[in-house]
Ligand binder design. Structure first.
Ligand code: ATP
Length: 269
């Protein structure tokens, strides 16, 4: 595509079933929102406007990008993804023109989801951010969000770890209609995520029998860390010529993950 700051995926293959650990009410609210988007005529008749923007906020690695891809999949939309930092340029006008071309490209491919990760870099509070260029880029984003129609089949999804940094004008309903907190998973959520990531992997009977315990003992782990546990364990098994993931591979991967994180330690179940 022309806009070099954004990646386009025709239709992500990720579904909502690939996203584990979402709080039940949140999943229901998302499904209801998707129903409105999928059937705009019916929603129109009922006087419900399709949402234009959704914000996903929460700690790193909790599946916000994955969820945005799943939403695009569920509504059959192309997926345009970019990062807020791709719009922060020193040259006045460059960021704004990138925002414009991102929306123009997406409109040509509608239905489309425009996903911007780390949106705080682009839509941070204006006073804190300062700078003419940043101001212009945010103003262009607001113009684009206001310019679309509820039936132009463009859904804007933004993600951040720092919702408190976002400009109030950006968060206004009509621009961001729903905000969903994507938290670190609880024990049951971690079990769901473990089940997703062991699919298609061969586990030793000992490892297969210890997955509930693993969910209990990985308090504080994000979905991304759980995913990397199994990737790292698989790689170790392959390196050492085993064709199943054994306890030693998983223990090694857990130790590496904990060493990589200064903020917590593994809890006894
Ligand atoms: P960041 O805030 O750092 O951008 P994020 O919240 O967008 O992170 P993702 O990029 O979606 O997190 O997650 C990275 C990878 O971790 C995913 O591709 C997936 O493999 C795994 N993962 C994270 N969260 C989940 C989850 N809830 N369910 C299943 N897998 C997950």
């Amino acid at each position: 595509m022309k806009n070099s700051t954004a990646k386009e995926t025709p239709l992500p293959s990720i579904t909502l079933d690939d996203v584990g650990g979402l709080p039940k009410e949140m999943k229901e609210e998302i499904l209801q929102t998707l129903e409105i988007i999928k059937d705009p005529d019916r929603s129109d008749k009922l006087g419900i406007k399709a949402p234009k923007g959704i914000l996903l906020y929460g700690p790193p690695g909790t599946g916000k990008t994955l969820l945005a891809q799943a939403i695009a999949h569920e509504i059959g939309a192309s997926f345009f993804s970019s990062s807020g930092s791709a719009f922060t340029e020193l040259f006045v006008g460059v960021g704004a023109s990138r925002v414009r071309s991102l929306f123009e490209n997406a409109r040509k491919q509608a239905p489309a989801v425009i996903f911007i990760d780390e949106v705080d870099a682009l839509a941070g509070k204006r006073k804190a951010h300062g700078g003419e260029e940043t101001e212009k880029t945010l103003t262009e984003l607001l113009v684009q969000l206001d310019g679309g129609h509820s039936n132009d089949r463009i859904l804007f999804i933004a993600a951040t770890n720092r919702k408190d940094m976002l400009d109030d004008a950006f968060l206004r309903p009509g621009r961001i209609d729903f905000s969903f907190h994507v938290p670190l998973p609880d024990t049951q959520g971690r079990k769901e995520i473990i089940d997703i990531h062991v699919k298609g992997k061969s586990l030793s009977p000992e490892v297969a029998a210890s997955l509930n315990m693993l969910a209990e003992s990985t308090s504080g782990f994000s979905g991304a860390e759980i995913s990397s546990l199994f990737e790292s364990a698989s790689r170790k098994a392959v390196r050492e010529g085993r064709d199943v993931i054994g306890k030693e591979d998983l223990d090694y991967a857990i130790d590496r993950t904990i060493l990589g994180s200064t903020s917590r330690s593994l809890k006894d179940p």
